[in-house]
Design a protein around this ligand. Sequence first.
Ligand code: PLP
Length: 356
Amino acid sequence: MGISIVKSEITRYDSIDWANLGFGKFFSDHMFISIYDGTRWDDGKIIPYGPISYEPSMMTLHYGQTIFEGLKAYYNVKGGINLFRPDMNAKRMNSSAERLCIPLFDEKKFVEAIIELVKLDQKFVPRKKGESLYIRPVCFGSSCFLGVHPSKEYTFIIITSPVASYYPEGLNPVKILIVDEYVRAVRGGLGMAKTAANYAASLYAGMKAKEKGFSQVLWLDGIQHEFVDEVGAMNIMFVIDDVLITPPLSQGSILPGVTRDSVLKLARDMGIKVQERSIKIQEVLESYEVGTLQEVFGTGTAATISPVGKLYYKDKEMIINNNQIGPIAQKMYDTLTGIQHGEIEDKYNWIVHIEI
Ligand SMILES: *Cc1c(COP(=O)(O)O)cnc(C)c1O
């Protein structure tokens, strides 16, 4: 059985401020929804985007048994629409699902549902470079019951949102606060899963940092507060002495980013020396002191590459590469967005092309 489709009778297209898309403010006409009844996922259907209703006892509201994903559909300059490595999101959603005791969802079906949804709402894929249709799968325990154990029923939904680039500053370097008072995740916890709890844990420190004029927080490991984990909701990379360094997934509290993986592959193929290893904040400070800290940038689907211009740790200010985007960050941004929009050959078979 395929995915059934109920088309919306009205369109939200004209209510969208296409000149000021921002991020996550507008939604397209349809959504995909599939229900797990305790035994199996149903075939799923595409229906008009709109409210869903649950009783107040719905388990996820209380115990947070929920996971999500994020990927984008890009307009291809030669026509059609490109998805970027959606199979990676399907896999990652299932590894998050396993950690949160959520039943696995068929990975082929995950990609198929996205393709059907994007095809149906193709006019919502912005044509401008840098803009895209953000795709947000979310899956949560939806039994109505109060009691701490995994839900019996689950709801899986995919919504889409036309977006501009994530940061209003564009590729301009951001100002980051390194915190050691609060942590986002801890080894053995949920850091490797894309789940709401990690975001809830990050809000307070993020808000405090924003009040002080920073755009994001850099997280240190949750045990010794010594090793670099991630930056905001992105993976982090350093260029020290011409070596691209990023913390290893084995650190235990790092989300395995699709952008991270792609940047590491590109860098190795470009002949850049790459190290996936733990890096102490002390090493970052010392390399800054001796002048070998060349670049710092975050990687993630929302912003692709986000250069860090200023880093603050305790009372110390570090200005990275004169507060300019560095050559490796720029090269990664150009290559990734080039592949995503079909301007650069996709040597890696990363693109799933949708004919329209
Ligand atoms: C989603 C996410 C990332 C980036 O992953 P991508 O697949 O590259 O978008 C990094 N860190 C956290 C905490 C995330 O939630």
